[in-house]
Design a protein around this ligand. Structure first.
Ligand SMILES: Cc1ncc(COP(=O)(O)O)c(C=O)c1O
Length: 441
């Protein structure tokens, strides 16, 4: 049987000799299902920079997929992890008791809206979403869920039943759990004003509620869409969503795995819309690189009995020690305020740049969750995957790491510790990359 060898999709910056050796070994043994974008081989990182094994330095505008909100190898977090390391790694938190996961959970709850007071700990985003899904199904004793198109909630079968982003993520995995998909309020692609988008999407949602009749348990919603294209929903839509959920007795679950942890300025992105969710899924940045997920609801909703949901590694001592230091750092250093400030700076620079660029169709975002939609033509809005690939390649050649999302969007998600100087440097690199790509057309 011939082995399928995975080749990195973006081989534009020629990998150095040490990288090449690792890439060759990797291609022989690792699952070809990964979504590697670059032939970048990580060696170490510090602050807002990452180095590859050949000693090349990159400005990190991806935060290792919105995880490193406090910057890399943050000394406060490293110290907290090292100190826990000496005391032990694992206690089996769903079978025994320990203080570190408890302190982490108490700290987390102190940063959330007051009604969110009960925590379930896990190890990843998909598990945090699965927990929200199961909790809502158990509590309501109803079957249906409503999710959006596009949306991304993870890849285990419960989360994947809701995920609706790239077809390859769902192909051949049917049958799914009972989920109905309705359009995400993506004004730019729906080609509607915010007001029209709100009216259209709320009407679609209401139709989905009526077709699931009395059997709809919950709605799963990304407060700002991540993988789907860094899409910010209109405020009135989010308010209308809350109202419809309350009117129909359906629980509102928000997936803040990517948008949470001050990335958009407030701890939860949904707080920007002054809306209270019933249950929240968090992961990525709460662990600063150690696997940690958390699902939080009011105790009257997370009311399932002993044995109905548990795990082996949730509440892992190292992850919680790192998580506790992370949350302290985020709050003390007011990184939400910095995210807002740097976000305004980056967005305004690209809004100005947009009028000079034929490729930049849309600039949107909240805080340091900014999407640049690349199109072939601003009138037709034709997606421009190849142009986006070129831009990302050129930026990497100039020493900057970025990630794509959606069909032809570039996501800007640097650590929230980003300084003004680094922000301006990143903007300059990316604008040059866009200009050079445009000049080659
Ligand atoms: C919004 C959102 N939810 C869930 C997930 C799944 O998280 P994980 O990959 O840790 O399972 C992701 C991952 O990118 C995400 O962005």
């Amino acid at each position: 049987m011939t082995k399928s060898i995975q080749k990195p999709k973006f081989i534009c910056r020629k990998p150095g000799p040490k990288s090449v050796k690792i890439l060759e070994r990797d291609a022989k043994i690792m699952s070809p299902s990964f979504t590697r974008e670059y032939s970048f081989v990580y060696d170490h990182a510090k602050g807002n920079y990452i180095w590859d094994v050949d000693g090349r330095k990159y400005l990190d505008f991806a935060s290792s997929v919105a995880v490193m909100n406090i910057g890399h190898t943050n000394p406060i977090v490293t110290k907290a992890i090292a100190s826990q390391l000496k005391k032990g790694l694992h206690c089996g938190f769903t079978d025994f008791y320990a203080e570190i996961p408890l302190r982490f959970s108490e700290k987390l709850v102190s940063l959330l809206p007051k009604h969110l007071d009960t925590v379930f700990l896990s190890n990843s985003g998909t598990e945090a979403v699965e927990c929200a899904y199961k909790c809502v199904r158990w509590h309501s004793n109803k079957k249906w869920f409503i999710a959006f198109d596009p949306c991304f909630h993870g890849r285990t079968m419960g989360s994947l039943s809701m995920t609706h982003s790239q077809p390859v993520q769902r192909d051949r995995f049917e049958p799914f759990l009972p989920v109905k998909h309705v359009p995400y309020p993506y004004s730019y692609r729906l080609d509607m004003s915010e007001k029209q988008t709100t009216a259209f999407c709320l009407a679609e949602l209401e139709t989905a509620f009526s077709t699931t009749k009395e059997d709809c348990a919950g709605v799963m919603f990304e407060s700002v869409s991540g993988e789907g294209g860094y899409i910010v929903p209109p405020k009135d839509f989010v308010k209308g969503l809350r109202k419809l959920c309350s009117d129909y007795g359906v629980l509102l679950c928000v997936d803040e795995v990517q948008s949470g942890c001050y990335r958009t300025g407030s701890f939860l992105a949904i707080e920007n819309f002054a809306v209270k969710p019933d249950i929240v899924a968090l992961s990525k940045a709460i662990g600063s690189g150690l696997p940690l997920g958390a699902t939080i609801a009011n105790r009257s909703i997370m009311d399932w009995p002993s044995g109905s949901h548990a795990n082996t590694f949730g509440g892992n001592l190292l992850a919680c020690a790192g998580g506790l230091a992370t949350l302290d750092f985020l709050k003390k250093k007011k990184l939400g305020t910095n995210a807002k400030r740097m976000g305004v700076l980056i967005k305004s620079k690209f809004e100005k740049f947009q009028s000079k660029s034929n490729l930049l169709g849309d600039v949107r975002g909240l805080g340091l969750m900014i999407g640049l939609e690349i199109v072939k033509d601003k009138e037709t809005k034709e997606i421009a995957r190849e142009e986006r690939r070129k831009i990302l390649c050129k930026a990497s050649e100039k020493g900057m790491i970025l990630l794509p999302c959606g069909k032809s969007v570039i996501r800007i998600a640097p650590p929230l510790t980003l300084s003004k100087k680094e922000a301006l440097h990143g903007i300059e690199i990316l604008q040059e990359a866009i200009e050079e790509t445009e000049a080659e057309l």
